[in-house]
Design a protein around this ligand. Sequence first.
Ligand code: BGC
Length: 559
Amino acid sequence: MVAINNSASAPGVETSYGPAGYKGLVHNSFLLSLSAFASIGGVLYGYDQGVISGVLVMTSFGKEFPSLAHNSTLQGWMVSVLTLGAMFGALANGPIADRLSRRWSILLANIIFLIGSILQAASVNVPMIFVARFIAGLAIGQLSMVVPLYISELAPPTLRGGLVALQQLGITAGIMVAFWLNFGTQHIGGTGDGQSPAAWRLPLALQCLFSLILGVGTFFLPYTPRWLMMKDRENEAVSTLSRLRRVPRSDGRIMNEVLEIKVSVLFDKATTAAMFPGVTSPIRLSVERYKSLLALRHLNRRLLTACALQLIQQFTGINAIIYYCRIRRSPDVDLYDSDIGLSGSSVDLLATGVIGILNFLCTIPAIMFMDRWGRRTVLLVGGMGMGISQLIVATLYAVYEHSWASHRGAGWATAAFVWIYICHFAFSIGCINWVIPSEIFPPGVRSQAVGIAIGVNWLSNFIVALITPRMLDSITFGTFYFYLAFCVFLVFWVYFALPETKGVPIEEMDKVFGGNQGEQDTIRMASIRHQLGMGGVDGAVKDDSGGYVEEVEDHDWTV
Ligand code: BGC
């Protein structure tokens, strides 16, 4: 069997557009601005997820929806219905992003989001608010899968991690803004009986502003070169790439990148045609692509990696903290209130406000350094930090569970380790869970696979939201040991099973995950590379008689 030369870089061709890390980001300010703009999708996500916990405890909200205010199960469902909607949105958006383009699926998500948030802000009864949150959830799910996909398809390999991590910065910014906005609007009409309905309707309505900005902005965003190539719009793909990289179309690096994208797309089409001969219906083809994710070994390995990462991210317990240190005010389950001997609104501020700020700030180093440190190192350090923090929190909780009031120091220490946990989450798995799924799949199944992975994230989020209050009730400190087990698992899994993808061009992920290794694949790839005038198999390409010849010296860069 012959080994395939699917390197993105033809020998002797310069492929780099500059340094990795923050220097590269500054150098590529156009790309940075585009990615930051698309990450408003993350702001919507964080905002909508964060705003509800503050709204639920407002007096005026309770007066308008008494059945919700006095029923914690219903409250839990109201929080979770968004995650359910998001799961469906993420799953459905795979084929939509292929058909409409990544760009227009961002617009579609914003239209749905606007409907959902207007209905939320205008809600007059419980069913209406549930439906509204489900609709907003659909859009949030769509955005949570398409924004990382969009950015990763725009980015050069050396900056991809940092740019995709902007989505997480958007999420954390959204959570933070929602908290402080709630904190401000709760004073409209006073915090007591006279509180105005504007106190809760305003923060719910304000999210429309972000959505409008992103929606209108999509008319100015480019298509991704990879999607254009999939749609045989090669000339536009070249122009877009040259605009994105800020170098002329004739630059050798542009030609090299375009050729590699083209090889990957053509290979994918040839493989699909060979695997599903005669299938022309787009729906059937889409179903077959989903099936191939499970049937082909190198694809199901990637799918497993992407989904495992999502599941572990949620089961490190991040949302147990984000949701339940604010929503659950009853003393027996609220980690920050009377349970650890700290009380009053200043503590609420410290506990939840500080979490929001730390979560946001600690995401920044990931953006600056992820492409230099590598995904594995960042995950290992983050996983160990989260694990140690969970261990200390769980142990302090176990020891002082019934005597927080007389051990205020222990209470503060617990809060401090929750903050340390948040910092480790923020710079590691908080960001990397968006990066890895969006970079490891080949073009034909990329959007479907990212949709499934992000769907798993939302499903796990839903489960965590559902089980945490019950676990805190029944096994109390055991809840933290439970989440600790996943931090430990994360470290071992990354160490033994997760390959490094830092700096690897998307088109070369096959090398990392062992795709294109079969005889048929090898011949198919060699033939495509040969047709495009590129090197084929271990420095050789097939000649007309089917034998391998020396690699062509002069590349024909015409595309
Ligand atoms: C997670 C969310 C979480 C947020 C906190 C995201 O990466 O997917 O579930 O609430 O981080 O910053």
